[in-house]
Design a protein around this ligand. Structure first.
Ligand code: NCD
Length: 323
């Protein structure tokens, strides 16, 4: 019940490193496959043996609640042996140590390595050093492809499509890998993407990605179907990007008053973890009529099962084992 085997591969290669490398057909195929896992996850018996015999290692150099636990559940529900290495608290240096750790793990012959790291490019670097499949679970402010896929699944299930929707991504765009992956994915799928942020929190040249830029919520939210809020990534800020978080909430924090500027009934998303009262008001975050935040978490497990399923097809297509 893993869906019908599609004619086209669901991933461009043996890894999932970025949305940039995915075509619209990969994205649609992965979302279709994920739908079958949403159904499976709502049943009492959720377990499959697609990954039986496979070893998956979660290597998280940055803290995580949703991403790590959903990759773990996804692997276990598909029958893999899953090992979690929590290195987030250690003081290891980047570069050499990452590679050393990777080589050590590689020697244990895992099939899939899920990595989160504070350096942009860490997952791609690793994929060139190890013999197994690598999944990028967030690399610095670069990309977080599984988050963008789960956001897309959430949107597609609610609206029946992504194409033609107006989606406003608001807040700390500069430091957000979630924003980058979402911009790439949503524009590939034909959505109109708007970015709403103060100048200091927008990357230079971001308009090149085919998005519209706004500095005021009043303008950026007008007519939006979806308002996607981002966490202020204080840990990635060196220097001062904001006068104060209070001022930020006043200008950019999403409350019901600002949400009323969007399309009537517009839906709200946030990848979590949320800073309540900084980028989002609790009354909006907990409004079950408008907030998709819990649904995003549910979709996260299904999307990660689809990614693992797709990778396992690549593994068995290549050499009948580890690439
Ligand atoms: C995001 C991340 O780690 O990039 N969290 C997540 O995976 N749900 C967003 C964030 O940390 O703000």
């Amino acid at each position: 019940m893993t869906g019908t085997t599609p004619a086209l591969p669901l991933l461009p290669g043996a890894h999932l490193l970025s949305v940039e490398e995915l075509g619209a057909q990969h994205i649609s195929g992965l979302l279709d496959l994920a739908e079958s896992y949403v159904d499976l996850n709502r049943q009492v018996a959720k377990k499959r043996d697609l990954l039986r015999g496979r070893t998956m290692i979660n290597l998280f150099y940055e803290s995580s609640t949703r991403t790590q636990s959903s990759f773990e559940l996804a692997g276990k529900r598909l029958g893999a042996d899953v090992m979690n290495m929590s290195v987030g608290q250690s003081s290891v240096k980047k570069g050499e140590t990452l590679i050393d750790t990777a080589m050590t793990l590689n020697a244990m012959r895992p099939d899939i390595l899920v990595i989160r790291h504070a350096d942009s490019g860490a997952a791609a670097l690793l994929s060139r050093k190890v013999a197994c499949s690598v999944i990028n679970a967030g690399d610095g402010s670069h990309e977080h492809p599984s988050q963008a896929l789960l956001d897309a699944l959430t949107i597609r299930r609610r609206f029946g499509r992504i194409e033609g929707l107006t989606i406003a991504i608001c807040g700390d765009i500069l430091h957000s890998r979630v924003a980058r992956s979402n911009i790439l994915l949503l524009t590939k799928m034909g959505a109109h993407v708007r970015l709403v942020a103060p100048r200091t929190l927008l990357p230079r040249d971001i308009a090149r990605l085919g998005v519209e830029i706004f500095n005021r919520m009043e303008e950026g939210l007008a007519g939006a179907d979806v308002v996607m809020m981002l966490r202020l990534q204080l840990e990635r800020m060196t220097g001062s990007f904001l006068p104060s978080t209070r001022e930020f909430f006043h200008l950019y924090g999403l409350d019901h008053k600002k949400l009323a500027l969007a399309k009537p009934g517009a839906l709200v998303m946030h990848p979590g973890p949320m800073n309540r009262g900084v980028e989002i008001d609790s009354a909006v975050a907990d409004d079950t009529e408008r907030s998709l935040i819990q649904e995003q978490v549910e979709m996260g497990v299904a999307v990660r099962m689809a990614i693992l399923d797709a990778l396992s097809r690549q593994l068995s297509n290549s050499k009948g084992g580890t690439p």
